[in-house]
Design a protein around this ligand. Structure first.
Ligand code: CA
Length: 715
């Protein structure tokens, strides 16, 4: 195997201390000998990126400065590496001991030479493709953790897998899913603390009970599990945390009809070794609609919260709930950053978060006390956060549980999973901020109807049909910005604005730089202090993930897992059209003077709608529209207008129209189109088909009008 030859040479290289100039780094061993002492001292080896946010405090700041505001103009591609699946690409690579470890969609792990991009090994956990329906937001994976010679990946289907760092061979595998009758997924990167691998999960749009679990890094044996919300309310609370949480839930609908209270910890964690506290961010409540979820009120702990736990035992220490009684999908799973700040002339050990709800929080990370909170984005659901009580002051528009309301932020959030970064030299936090208001429409009838079925207590998302102006109006509500935020003064210092939301995570560096990929297919560098654009390059795809920087033998690199997908282009489909990008999943790595070429973008397939020549029946169309938006629109776009990631069903080929019922019954299950026959009857499928034929014919009409407007070429 090419991989083992490579490792042997690296090993001899390191043993004999006689490597070629390019590989002379004594650390270039591929051994991934990472441990807590080494991560805690990450600043002693600024060339490595050993854990998800580089340090346990997750600042995503690189102390490297060969690439700086003066030299960044000479940045060019060092190499590219094609990831297998052109869908949600959200990973932060790890670079340590001479190897890069990165993941792509469906949790596929690649180990690469960080100098050349050459593949050393690849591990495909073979996530069954019909699990797509189990998650809300595409088959993403945000990266691996490394520890003592092993690489840990959470697979989309809920497994946690330990790999040998040199060979990529699995060492152990555990199933982290509590209950396979419910829709749990894993998309986040594990963190390793004190020889324990910690991982959470997603699923709160489908009715699950959230938790994080710690496994022994050596053996995979479960050490502890921390539930973020109560279980069956007819049973006594399991521990101190649940004794606090259970009285904040009313009735039992959230359990019986809701399928679980949510609060899934699907992304953020941070660790303070001095305080020995692990911080987790928890997700939205399930159902979203609090009137149906917990009639009679209650804060519903610990949804939308930051919770501090002991990493040895999983014991609760403190919590701060950013959105009590969440009813808007305001997760607090957004990136958590730890820093030491001077506030009111006092040094404070703080935790910072910019969750979906639009407020930037600065919290004392020892006690959980709220220090300050201010809006970093438009937010009409609350006027302010009361510093005495720590609670948001909800406005009159906040409650949509009785009638539809246009609320900002919407479920996409003022900030989603795309990581922010903190630069201790400028004192600024760089946040991929978004304006994305949404119309929340109550549906009190909604019940837990089974695995893989959306149920939030809201009506399905629907857009205007055959009204381009109205659709454009909704698109225009979506604005993306990069903002530099002063966490001490709690105010914006500079901003750069983009064509739409869903721009990339940020990296800031000691070279006075901020790097960010954009939804419209660029990778850009700004000066960290002033926000001046200093450099940009095409990426051939929308870029969402957080970049990293590392160095090998004195050469600094900047790298990003580029690729498009996730909630915005999948759930909101055609709303992502202003980005004008296609998904192309590829690791892009840059260095000063780099001359590698970016491969030509893949060609757009020439396609035409090919609906069968029958007249759709209006009754079936109306019924099919509702069924489509409830079951199909979450991936193929509301009202059958898809984003560029998953198929736009208005373009179905004549052949696929012919086997439509078979596709709904699972004919393409292993291509990522699961069966829906658990929730749809034959007549439902027929109605959906009538609706799609109607939409394809609508599109044919639009295309014909557009073609008429184009002047014929002159002879
Ligand atoms: Ca959610």
């Amino acid at each position: 195997m090419k991989a083992s030859i490579r490792y042997l040479s690296l090993l001899f290289c390191s043993l004999l201390g006689a490597c070629d100039a390019q590989r002379a780094s004594p650390a270039a061993t591929g051994t991934a000998r990472v441990d807590g002492t080494r991560i805690a001292a990450a600043d002693q080896e600024p060339g490595s990126w050993m854990s998800h946010g580089r340090t346990y405090g997750e600042q995503r700041f690189s102390p490297l400065k060969n690439i700086d505001a003066q030299t960044v103009g000479k940045l060019g591609l060092a190499w590219t590496y094609k990831l297998d699946v052109d869908r949600a690409t959200e990973a932060t690579p790890i670079v340590v001991d001479g190897v890069m470890y990165v993941t792509g969609a469906y949790s596929i792990v690649s180990a690469l030479d960080p100098v050349s991009g050459k593949e050393l090994w690849k591990f495909d956990p073979k996530v069954p493709r019909d699990t797509d329906r189990q998650g809300c937001c595409d088959v993403a994976n945000r990266g691996v953790a490394v520890w003592k010679g092993r690489v840990y990946v959470g697979a989309y289907d809920g497994r946690l897998i330990a790999l040998d760092a040199r060979s990529g061979q699995p060492v152990w595998e555990v199933d982290t899913v509590l209950d396979h009758q419910r829709s749990y997924t894993v998309t986040g990167a594990p963190r390793v603390i004190k020889d324990k691998v910690v991982i959470g999960n997603g699923g709160a749009e489908f009715g699950v009970r959230g938790y994080v679990t710690a496994y022994d890094a050596a053996t995979g044996k479960q050490v502890w599990r921390f539930f973020t919300v109560p279980g069956d309310p007819s049973k006594p609370p399991e521990n101190k945390a649940m004794e606090i949480a259970l009285p904040t839930w009313k009735g039992d609908r959230w359990w019986k009809d809701g399928g679980g209270g949510g609060g899934t910890a699907w992304d953020s964690m941070a660790y303070d070794p001095a305080l020995d506290l692990l911080y987790i961010g928890t997700g939205n409540a399930s159902l979203w609609n609090r009137a149906t979820r917990s009639p009679g009120g209650g804060d519903n702990l610990f949804v939308s919260s930051i919770v501090a736990i002991r990493p040895d035992t999983g014991d609760y220490v403190w919590h701060y709930q950013t959105t009590p009684a969440d009813t808007w999908d305001y997760t607090a799973t957004q990136h958590i950053v730890l820093a030491d700040l001077q506030i009111a002339d006092k040094p404070r050990k703080v935790l910072m978060q910019a969750p979906k709800n639009g407020f930037f929080y600065v919290i004392d990370r020892e006690t959980g006390e709220l220090i300050s909170a201010q809006k970093f984005a438009p937010a009409n659901w609350a006027s302010s956060v009361d510093l005495k009580t720590g609670r948001p002051v909800e406005t009159a528009v906040a409650d949509w549980t009785k009638e539809p309301k246009l609320i900002s932020p919407g479920p996409l959030g003022a900030h989603n999973w795309q990581p922010m970064s903190f630069n201790p030299q400028t004192g600024l936090v760089y946040i991929p901020m978004q304006e994305a208001a949404a119309l929340y429409v109550p549906d009190a009838k909604q019940r837990f109807t089974g695995k893989g079925t959306w149920h939030m207590g809201t009506q399905p998302i629907a857009f205007p049909e055959n009204d381009a102006k109205a659709l454009q109006g909704i698109m225009d509500l979506h604005k993306g910005h990069l903002i530099a935020w002063d966490p001490v003064a709690q105010k914006e210092v500079w901003r750069q604005s983009y064509v739409t939301v869903w721009n990339g995570g940020t990296l800031s560096t000691a070279g006075n730089l901020v790097f960010q990929g954009t939804a419209d297919g660029r990778f850009v560098a700004y000066s960290a202090d002033k926000g001046e654009k200093l450099w940009e390059t095409p990426a051939n795809t929308g870029v969402m993930a957080g970049p990293i920087s590392y160095s090998i033998d004195g050469e600094q690199y900047v790298s990003v897992a580029a690729g498009w997908g996730g909630a915005f282009p999948v759930i909101l489909g055609g709303l992502s059209e202003p980005a004008k990008v296609r998904p192309e999943a590829r690791v892009l790595t840059y260095k000063l003077g780099g001359t590698a070429a970016l491969p030509t973008p893949k060609a757009l397939p020439a396609r035409q709608p090919e609906p069968p020549a029958f007249t759709p029946e209006p009754k079936k169309v109306a019924r099919g529209r509702d069924l489509y938006n409830a079951h199909c629109g979450m991936c193929h776009g509301p009202n059958a207008i898809a984003g560029s990631v998953l198929p736009d069903l208005r373009y179905l080929s004549a052949e696929k129209h012919g086997i439509f019922a078979g596709i709904l019954a699972g004919a393409y299950a292993q291509k990522g189109m699961p069966s829906f026959m658990d929730v749809l009857a034959a007549e439902d499928v027929d109605s959906i088909h009538h609706y799609l034929v109607k939409r394809a014919q609508d599109l044919q009409g639009e295309l014909a009008v557009a073609a008429d407007k184009i002047e014929p070429p002159r002879p």
